[in-house]
Design a binder for this molecule. Structure first.
Ligand SMILES: C[S@@+](CC[C@H](N)C(=O)[O-])C[C@H]1O[C@@H](n2cnc3c(N)ncnc32)[C@H](O)[C@@H]1O
Length: 258
């Protein structure tokens, strides 16, 4: 039997293009119910109507599900491994790197990596695809305007070199912006491009069911070149890595093959 929660998910998919079906139900349901309680709404239909009509409620909904939170240079120690170990190794075998930030949210991650490539490896060619399922975060990413909080972890020379100050915002310069190709893409349902040297998929799968995660990691494996690297989020260990064909190079970095 289809219950009220499933009907709500179906409405979200049809009306807002957000598919929460692959996400773990208990966490989602708890957060959604608590949002509804705070608004004194008792049925999903009314809440869906509000989400459709009011952009502020929609943003609050996405924020509460922590679906969109991002920052530049998130988890700096992992970026250090990327810069000092992973990228130099990839560059030895590929003359031009094909990179994908999957679930890029408002752009902090692909812009960080673009700045790293420009600063640390200025002579290396690369392409940077950045995808997300949510149109609004993609629009924000394309605008490239951020508050001070987003850049807290970013080394000062990156801030000085690649942003301009516009009012209270820091705006990413065009020379960085034009290197990133933002595109709408659903990791659970859309086809994947191939031959990537490096895929970043960080803090995206937290709500995915084990089954969707396993399927996704297999698809990433297929999308990587031999010896290509998948960079995951801090809480996102791939339990079936060996079985899929990945080897762990460093925590959170999985290599296709040995
Ligand atoms: C928490 S943000 C992570 C942003 C960035 N990767 C980081 O680590 O800072 C998660 C993003 O994943 C996106 N996302 C969730 N489900 C997705 C799906 N099925 N396909 C593509 N993107 C998805 C959300 O829209 C959100 O922007």
């Amino acid at each position: 039997m289809v219950d009220a929660y499933e009907t709500f998910l179906d409405g979200l998919r049809r009306k807002k293009g957000l598919d929460l079906n692959g996400y773990k139900r208990p966490q989602m349901e708890r957060r959604i119910n608590s949002l509804m309680r705070s608004l004194k709404i008792t049925d999903y239909g009314t809440y869906l109507g509000l989400l459709e009509k009011e952009i502020t409620h929609w943003r609050k909904f996405l924020d509460t599900l922590t679906i969109n939170v991002s920052e530049f240079y998130r988890n700096p120690s992992q970026w250090q491994v990327l810069e000092d170990q992973i990228l130099p190794e990839l560059i030895q075998t590929s003359r031009s790197l094909k990179i994908w930030s999957a679930g890029c949210s408002t752009g902090e991650e692909p812009y960080t990596l673009t700045m790293v490539m420009m600063n640390r490896f200025p002579n290396v060619k690369f392409t940077m695809l950045a995808t997300d399922v949510d149109d609004e975060v993609l629009n924000k990413a394309r605008m490239g305007a951020y508050n001070d909080k987003a850049v807290l972890n970013l080394p000062q020379n990156y801030i000085n070199g690649h942003f301009t100050k516009e009012g209270s915002n820091l705006v990413i310069k065009d020379e960085v912006k034009k290197r990133v190709n933002f595109m709408k893409h659903n990791l659970l349902t859309d086809a994947f491009d191939r031959n990537f040297d490096l895929i970043l998929c960080r803090n995206v799968v937290i709500y995915f069911t084990e089954e969707s995660k396993a399927q996704l990691y297999r698809k990433f494996y297929g999308a990587l070149k031999q010896s290509g690297i998948l960079f995951t989020g801090s809480t996102e260990q791939i339990f079936q890595a060996r079985e899929i064909g990945f080897s762990l190079v460093s925590s959170f970095f999985y290599k296709k093959g040995d």
